[in-house]
Design a protein around this ligand. Structure first.
Ligand code: E4P
Length: 218
């Protein structure tokens, strides 16, 4: 499974990148706003940190012409730029346009298998079903991923499925169990994945016992 990081914070991207487990970055307007920095400064910083991995940058327009204009503008900043487009009728038209132009797309805000099917049919390079937000309203987010995967594999669509709106380590583990292509994970959850209380207790004990070992070479 590929690990993307879901953030616009370049320090977090740098941290994850230093672990050498990072396969890409996804952002959205909320994450960009959180940085408090000018949009293009954030974009350039991210693309400098990860010049060779897919970076999803979201358009702000909701009409076809606006999405095309903004997406083409963003795409000129790197071959690895993936234009993130909301799941709407105009969005689907824009996906077709970008596919024709050889620009990758990530269709976002997917909450149903029907939406996923349309986006894959339109030629999306990636789709982002939001598991956490579905869980929030008592739907099983991970079940959506399974259904979309079945549809994708039934017809050999080339679209990669990004498990998005990941909120906890279990979302990541469940994604891996069902062989999701990609999970886009907040930095906090990446850090949580490494933690286990028995690891901490075990390490503390080893360090304490090490003190009583005689004639240590280091
Ligand atoms: C997906 O690409 C979005 O950026 C993100 O995963 C949304 O997550 P949230 O529901 O925690 O805001």
């Amino acid at each position: 499974m590929k690990f993307f990081i879901d953030t616009a914070n370049v320090d977090e991207i740098r941290q994850a990148n230093s672990l050498r487990i990072l396969d890409g970055v996804t952002t959205n307007p909320t994450l960009i706003a959180k940085t408090g920095k000018p949009f293009m400064d954030v974009v350039k910083e991210i693309l400098e940190e990860v010049p060779d991995k897919p970076v999803s940058l979201e358009v702000a327009s909701t009409d076809y012409e606006g999405m095309v204009k903004e997406g083409e503008y963003l795409a000129q900043f790197g071959k690895n730029v993936v234009v993130k487009i909301p799941m709407t009728i105009d969005g689907l038209k824009a996906v077709k346009h970008f596919e024709y132009k050889g620009i990758k797309t990530n269709v976002t805000l997917i909450f149903s298998p029907a939406q996923a099917l349309l986006a894959m049919k339109a030629g999306a390079s990636y789709i982002s079903p939001f598991v956490g937000r579905l869980d929030d309203i008592s739907h099983t987010g991970m079940q959506l991923i399974e259904e979309i995967k079945t549809i994708r594999d039934n017809y050999d669509f080339h679209t990669e499925i990004i498990v998005a709106s990941v909120r906890n380590p279990l979302h990541v583990v469940e994604s891996a169990i069902i062989r999701a292509d990609i999970a886009t994970i907040p930095y906090k959850v990446i850090a949580q994945l490494a933690k286990h209380p028995l690891t901490d207790i075990g390490l503390e004990r080893f360090l304490k016992d090490w003190e009583s070992v005689p004639e240590k070479p280091f």
